[in-house]
Structures are given as C-alpha cells and as structure tokens.
Design a protein around this ligand. Structure first.
Ligand code: HEC
Ligand code: HEC
Ligand code: HEC
Ligand code: HEC
Ligand code: HEC
Length: 420
C-alpha cells in the first residue's frame, strides 16, 4: 500500500490541477478552432481565404435560424445560378485583363481582399459547385465600413476575430467577439452592392445607377432603411439558446418573397364608348427605389391587359414593359449591362411614382359582358436565342429554372356589363 506523505499529496494535487488546466485550455483552443476555422488565426497576415472568410456552414451550429433563412435567399445563390455563370462567361470573353474581377466585387466580395486568387474564384464558379460562398455570413459581417466616396461604394473588411452587427450588447460566445456598428441598420450598408455597375473600359460612368433617387424617397426620409422592408424584424432566437431577441429576417425577401404584396397599388376604370373601350390603369409604386431594379440588364416588369369576351374567350391582349433598355456597341439593343454604352429607353417605375396607363381596344361584340384583367408580373429572362438556349441546357431544372418563371406582383379582374 502506498502511503503518500502530506507534501507528496499536495504536489500531486497541484499536478492534477495543472493537468486539468492544460486539458481545459487545449479543449478551449480546439473548441475555438472547430467553431470558426481557427478564429485565432484570422488576424495573421496572409491568412488563407478559408480562415478569413469561413464558410457560412461554420456559423450554422449557433445561428441555425439565420442560416436556414439565408440558405433560402437569393444572396446564398450569388455565384451558383446558371444565368450568373453563363453571363459571367460572356463577360470574361471580352473583359479587359485588369477587370476580370468586376462581377465578383458584389457577387463574392472577398475577392476585393484576395485579388490574387481571382483565377481560382473563376474556376470555382465554372465548376458549378463552388466551395467558397459568394455572399455568405462573413462577407457581410466582416464589413467594418463603407467607402462611399466611390461609386459603387467599396466595402472595407476587417479580417479579425470580431463580427460586426446591429446588437447593442451581444452575449459573449467562444467563437467570436461582437461589435455594434450603426452601419448595419443603415441603407448605405446595402447600397454598397446594390448601387450600380462599376465604370470599366467597356461601360461609361455616365450610365445611371440602379436604385434611382432612393435618398429622397418617403421611406428613407422617414427613417426606414432597406433593412426595414428586406430584413423584417421579428422576435426569435438570435443564436441557439439565446434569449428571445429582436432579430432580422435573413431570407432577403425580394422577387420571391412576401414584400411583393406591398409593391404597388393597382386600380383601373373601364369606359365603354360604343365600338371602342378604354381602360385606365393607375399604378402607385410603394417601392422607394426604381422598380424593377435594372440589373441584370434583362430585368423587367410586365403590365398585361387581357379582355375576355363571349364564353370567356380572350379577345384582346396588350403588354407594356417597365425596364431600362440598353444600347451596346453600334447602339444595338443589349440585355448585357456590362457592355452597355447608353440607355435607349427607361420605363422603370421611379421611387414612389404614380403612373397611369391608358389602353384602348375594340369592345367585344355579341357579349353581355366582358372581363377586364390587369396583371403585373416580373417577366421571365429574355435575351438572345443562343444565350437562352445555353441557360436552358445548363440549368439543372432546364426550362423550369426560376429565371424562366414569371412572378406575379398584382392582379385585378372586373366584370363590365355591355348590355345597354
Ligand atoms: C455593384 C455590384 C454588382 C456588380 C458589379 C455585379 N452585380 Fe450582378 N447582381 C448584383 C445584385 C445586387 C443583384 C441582385 C439584383 C436584384 O435582384 O435587384 C445581382 C444580380 C445578378 C443576376 C441575376 C441573379 C442571378 O444570379 O441569376 C445576374 C445574372 C448577375 N447579377 C450577373 C452579373 C454579372 C455577369 C456581373 C459582371 C459583369 C455582375 N452581375 C456584376 C450586384 C452586382
Ligand atoms: C447581405 C448581408 C448579410 C448577410 C449575407 C448575412 N447577414 Fe446577418 N445581418 C446583416 C445585417 C444588415 C444585420 C442587421 C439587421 C438589423 O438589425 O436590422 C444582420 C444581423 C444579424 C444577426 C443579429 C440579428 C438576428 O437576426 O439574429 C445575426 C446573429 C446575424 N446577422 C448572423 C448572420 C449569419 C449567421 C449569416 C449567414 C448565415 C448572416 N448573418 C448573413 C447582414 C447580413
Ligand atoms: C459558438 C457559437 C457561435 C458561432 C460558431 C458563431 N456565433 Fe455568432 N453569436 C453567438 C452568440 C451567443 C451571439 C450573441 C447573441 C445575442 O446576444 O443575442 C452571437 C452574435 C452574433 C452576431 C450579432 C453581433 C452584433 O454585434 O450585432 C452576429 C452578426 C453573428 N453572431 C454572426 C456570426 C457569424 C457570421 C458566424 C460565423 C462566421 C458566427 N456568428 C458564429 C454564437 C456563435
Ligand atoms: C456584399 C454585397 C451585398 C450586400 C452588402 C448586400 N447585398 Fe443584396 N444581393 C447581393 C447579390 C449579389 C444579390 C443577387 C444574388 C443572386 O441572385 O445572384 C443580392 C440579392 C438581394 C435581394 C434579392 C433580390 C431579388 O431579385 O429577389 C434582396 C432583396 C437584397 N439583396 C437586399 C439586400 C439588403 C436589404 C441589403 C442590406 C442589408 C443587401 N442586400 C446587402 C449582394 C449584396
Ligand atoms: C418601404 C419598403 C422598402 C424599402 C425601404 C426598400 N425596398 Fe427594395 N423593394 C421593396 C418592394 C415592395 C420591392 C418589390 C417587390 C419585391 O421584389 O420584393 C422591392 C424590391 C427590391 C429588390 C428586388 C427586386 C428588383 O426589383 O430587382 C431589391 C434587390 C431591393 N428591393 C433592394 C433594396 C435596397 C438596396 C434598398 C435600400 C436602398 C431597398 N430595397 C429599400 C420595398 C422596399
């Protein structure tokens, strides 16, 4: 039987305590590392991209709700859609060597700090299964400030262990430090990537921006930034296990989200003047920026008038487009804004604009009444035949790709009596 002297016991105890501390410390380091791609390395100069901008999967464990919302959003698809890949190829085919990163500055903004890795980013996109996110969590939450002296503004990243956000007192956690920045509740944060195509040797600076005069809009001047509509507030968990907080929806509702229901107020009146009828459609845009936004260049809305006569047969149809039509070399129309030299036509709804459209058509004959139907939709992708064919061939869902879908914004149907 081994009898320990008092002194020996004390030193064994000390040893055990220090072993415990060491094990604990190593455990802490491992935890730290596993959680966030060795967070401690982030501030080392020349750090690999994967450590500076960890994959959004790394944030998922603690921010499951946010992750799932983001995963369903357009932002998570920033470099994986077929239209993006195909139009990137078109752009690269003619781009100046120094400007090959143009699309990435917004679709994968880590490229700004890792310009020497551009060939790899391009290859990743072309592989159809990029391992690096385009607009993932760190691509937004490492933005420390925005240089709005240039247009489009340039995000300034701080690549350390601090995550920036909008919370007053974020709870401490083992993965990252948190710092509140007013920027995260300001439109300027979003405008960084939503403002305009950068000037390049192909496209002149004089082209108008995408958003229009959003600064003077009712929303902006009454203190409602982009986030108030596109990151709607709710009460939920901020991080798994954290108390119920005011959180911000990360599905970025846009073309496919609920925000659409609040885009316009659409009303019309019908006047029958004998053989000719007239429909006067009033469209009040509730959108505090251009609608639709004209990037990519094929974006457009359709206002469709359909008249159903006897036996609900469609007897008249007319469509008007809200879009920015661009002219490329030789003034020829192009849907590729990266080759635009000038604007040929601009029918975008301006911020908060009210517009009236007058349609005239022959009054349906031999019918007791007619149905007047006005629909406003986001139009499907359009452009040169070979471009559409390539997208259809390469898209996993073919002609069912979401780019080919029309998305309804507003719809109204009225039955008008024709009997005297
Ligand atoms: C200034 C930032 C910025 C630049 C530069 C930029 N984009 Fe975009 N892009 C966006 C934003 C923001 C959207 C979402 C626009 C919307 O829905 O209103 C978008 C949407 C798109 C879409 C439609 C969505 C999709 O993924 O199918 C395509 C295609 C696209 N961009 C291609 C390009 C190409 C190609 C380039 C380079 C020639 C480029 N973009 C350059 C910011 C940018
Ligand atoms: C396009 C930029 C953008 C992307 C991408 C983004 N965020 Fe955010 N996030 C924001 C902004 C802006 C706020 C502040 C919103 C506010 O307070 O109105 C925010 C707020 C938050 C908050 C606090 C509020 C809440 O909803 O819990 C957390 C946590 C968060 N983001 C985590 C993430 C994670 C995790 C990801 C990736 C899955 C992510 N974010 C992707 C811009 C972004
Ligand atoms: C170990 C768990 C954990 C991981 C991993 C983690 N976070 Fe957090 N994060 C938290 C906790 C806890 C909070 C505090 C929540 C609160 O106070 O309500 C938080 C807060 C935040 C906030 C709000 C900060 C502020 O000041 O507004 C943002 C943004 C955020 N995290 C983004 C991220 C991103 C991006 C990643 C991945 C790169 C990530 N988090 C990884 C646990 C984690
Ligand atoms: C780092 C660049 C970047 C920042 C910052 C950014 N976005 Fe985006 N956003 C994009 C890109 C790129 C797309 C298009 C993704 C795609 O479909 O290819 C997009 C798509 C969207 C869409 C969906 C558009 C549609 O057609 O449905 C909305 C809405 C949106 N962003 C709102 C915001 C808001 C609000 C903010 C500020 C909180 C913001 N974005 C900040 C790059 C950015
Ligand atoms: C008052 C609410 C409101 C505010 C504030 C707002 N938007 Fe919108 N936005 C809308 C509505 C409504 C639509 C049209 C329906 C849709 O696509 O969701 C829209 C559409 C969009 C789209 C996608 C559709 C398109 O037309 O291509 C993007 C991207 C977008 N907004 C970005 C922004 C940015 C950036 C800001 C800040 C400068 C902003 N929005 C401010 C309401 C708002």
């Amino acid at each position: 039987m081994v009898v320990m002297k008092r002194k020996e016991r004390a030193s064994a105890l000390k040893w055990f305590i220090s072993l415990g501390l060491v094990v604990g410390f190593v455990g802490f380091l491992t935890f730290h590392g596993l959680e966030l791609g060795e967070a401690a390395d982030l501030s080392v100069p020349g750090k690999p991209l994967e450590k500076a901008f960890p994959n959004s999967e790394k944030c998922k464990r603690c921010h499951l709700r946010v992750f799932e919302e983001w995963e369903a959003s357009a932002q998570s698809r920033a470099i994986v859609t077929t239209p993006f890949r195909v139009s990137l190829d078109r752009y690269l085919a003619s781009a100046d060597t120094k400007e090959r990163g143009l699309c990435f500055r917004c679709h994968a903004p880590h490229s700004l700090d890792y310009q020497h890795e551009l060939p790899r980013f391009i290859k990743e996109v072309q592989s159809k299964d990029p391992q690096i996110d385009g607009v993932g969590c760190p691509q937004c939450h490492l933005i420390k400030s925005v240089d709005d002296g240039s247009h489009p503004p340039v995000p300034q990243f701080q690549l350390g262990t601090t995550i920036f956000g909008g919370y007053e007192k974020a709870a401490q956690n083992l993965a990252h430090q948190s710092e509140k920045l007013p920027l995260f509740r300001q439109s300027q944060f979003c405008v960084t990537c939503h403002e305009r195509m950068p000037e390049s040797s192909n496209t002149p600076k004089s082209l108008p921006d995408w958003l229009g005069d959003w600064k003077q809009s009712k929303a902006e001047t009454s203190g409602k930034p982009c986030q108030s509509c596109h990151m709607p507030e709710a009460l939920d968990e901020s991080a798994n296990g954290e108390k119920i907080r005011k959180v911000a929806n990360h599905s970025f509702p846009g073309r496919f989200g609920k925000v659409r229901a609040e885009a316009v107020q659409l009303d019309f009146t019908t006047t029958v003047k004998g053989d000719i009828s007239e429909v006067s459609v009033k469209i009040d845009s509730l959108v505090p920026h251009n609608f639709p936004l004209p990037h990519p260049g094929w974006s457009r809305l359709v206002v469709d008038l359909s008249i159903l006569g006897k036996n609900l047969k469609r007897v008249y149809n007319e469509q008007r487009f809200y879009e920015r039509v661009l002219g490329g070399v030789d003034g020829k129309e192009t849907v590729f804004d990266f080759e635009a030299k000038k604007v040929l036509k601009d029918t975008l709804l301006k911020p908060d604009e009210s517009r009236t459209e007058i349609f005239t058509f022959p009054t349906p004959k031999d019918a007791p009444s007619m149905d007047v139907i006005v629909t406003m939709t986001y139009a499907p992708l359009h452009g040169p035949r070979d471009f559409l064919t390539q997208i259809e061939q390469e898209a996993p869902l073919g002609s069912k790709d979401r780019a080919f879908q029309t998305v309804q914004i507003a719809h109204k149907k009225v039955n008008v009596s024709l009997s005297k």
